[in-house]
Design a protein around this ligand. Structure first.
Ligand code: SF4
Ligand code: SF4
Ligand code: SF4
Length: 342
């Protein structure tokens, strides 16, 4: 498989196009940097299909999908935004048609089936595409699921990579371009493969909780809670789910914004359960157990840190203790003698 020229085929399923709006705001690098080959090693990428951004429309656009399923766009990376419904539940209707070609409606699931057989790699962009997200929220009337469930955890693309998930509703703009960029660099042997966690999220981006990276965690540490929106303090009492959410959204675009930093409680949008419990109800407090565990480990760690800090002082005092005890003994003996004399 020659990887000098790689096509990107971006499908939108049960989505709101919010992930697309988000990626357009990427700044490090920008989407334009990626698509114009400004980043070393990333030249030769072409956005062959994107329902919101491409110039072609109608049958001209649909023809790209038909051709891609026939191998005319190989090699390509399949990118999905939005969930995949279960068309078996649609009765005589269709839940998600994405194009018309020669009088035939192309269903999302059929196009994914056709493209997944020949794509070099598959990337799920956003929580809808990764795990089902909002469309699969209880009671999930369309049987929506994410690409990880749809293709299966054991599925691998032409390059041997499993589905890579970049969750978030929407994901942070830079996360998307960074993951796409690394996937292409890895495919060309210019970067290591991204290490993935059990939910196929890149560990480099989703290895910490929002609580661990929170820009206002100082308020939590000093015990200052906000009890109303706009108040200064940790947002835990307002329903923040940062302690159970794997995220790096400390800022949003180019160092600005971000959820908790702008006074918005985290509602766990990167988690597979989102938007169902425990990420919801959004303004109900997060489960207590992670906070209890964190407090116990935190107290032990602080005690150890304090001991390490005072250890040199304690050690410098230790040699003087026998001398101090001797002086004390002597004084007590003198006091006893005084008592006997009286
Ligand atoms: S993940 Fe969120 S922003 Fe992205 S398509 Fe789904 S609902 Fe929209
Ligand atoms: S509970 Fe939320 S606002 Fe408070 S420190 Fe954790 S992540 Fe930040
Ligand atoms: S902080 Fe929470 S709500 Fe905000 S992007 Fe991260 S996981 Fe989603």
């Amino acid at each position: 498989m020659s990887l000098e020229e790689i096509n990107l085929i971006w499908l939108e399923g049960q989505d709101c196009a919010g992930c697309t709006i988000s990626i357009k705001q990427a700044s490090n690098p920008t989407l334009i940097d990626i698509l114009t080959g400004a980043i070393p090693g990333l030249g030769g990428l072409k956005l062959a299909f994107h329902p919101t951004l491409m110039f072609e429309w109608g049958e001209d656009a649909a023809k790209v999908l038909i051709d891609a399923m026939e191998g005319k766009y190989d090699p390509f990376v399949l990118i999905l935004e939005g969930a995949i419904p279960d068309e078996g539940k649609a009765g005589e209707g269709v839940f998600c048609g994405i194009a018309d070609y020669e009088g035939k409606l192309l269903k999302l699931s059929d196009v994914i089936d056709g493209l997944a057989k020949r794509c070099a790699a598959a990337v799920a962009i956003g929580t809808c595409a990764s795990y089902g997200g909002i469309p699969h929220g209880n009671p999930n009337p369309t049987g929506a699921k994410g690409l990880l469930d749809y293709l299966g955890r054991d599925w691998t693309g032409g390059l041997g990579l499993p589905v890579i998930c970049v969750p978030g509703c929407p994901p942070r703009p830079d996360n998307m371009v960074q993951v796409l960029g690394q996937a292409v660099l890895a495919a060309r042997g210019l970067a290591p493969l991204p290490e993935l966690d059990e939910w196929h999220r890149p560990v480099a981006l989703f290895g910490s909780t929002m609580h661990e990276l929170c820009p206002i965690c100082g308020f939590y540490a000093e015990g200052t809670d906000a009890h109303g929106f706009g108040e200064t303090g940790c947002l835990g009492a307002l329903g923040c789910k940062g302690i159970i959410s794997h995220c790096n959204n400390t800022t949003w675009v180019d160092g600005y914004g971000g959820c908790t930093g702008t006074g918005v409680p985290c509602f766990g949008c990167t988690e597979p359960e989102f938007p169902d419990p425990p990420t919801s109800p959004f303004f109900a407090k997060a489960p207590a157990m992670p906070f209890i565990i964190e407090n116990i480990t935190g107290m032990l760690a602080h005690a150890e840190m304090g001991f390490e800090r005072f250890k040199p002082i304690i050690e410098s005092l230790l040699p003087q203790i026998p001398e101090f005890i001797e002086v004390l003994d002597k004084q007590m003996e003198e006091e006893k003698d005084k008592g006997r004399k009286i």
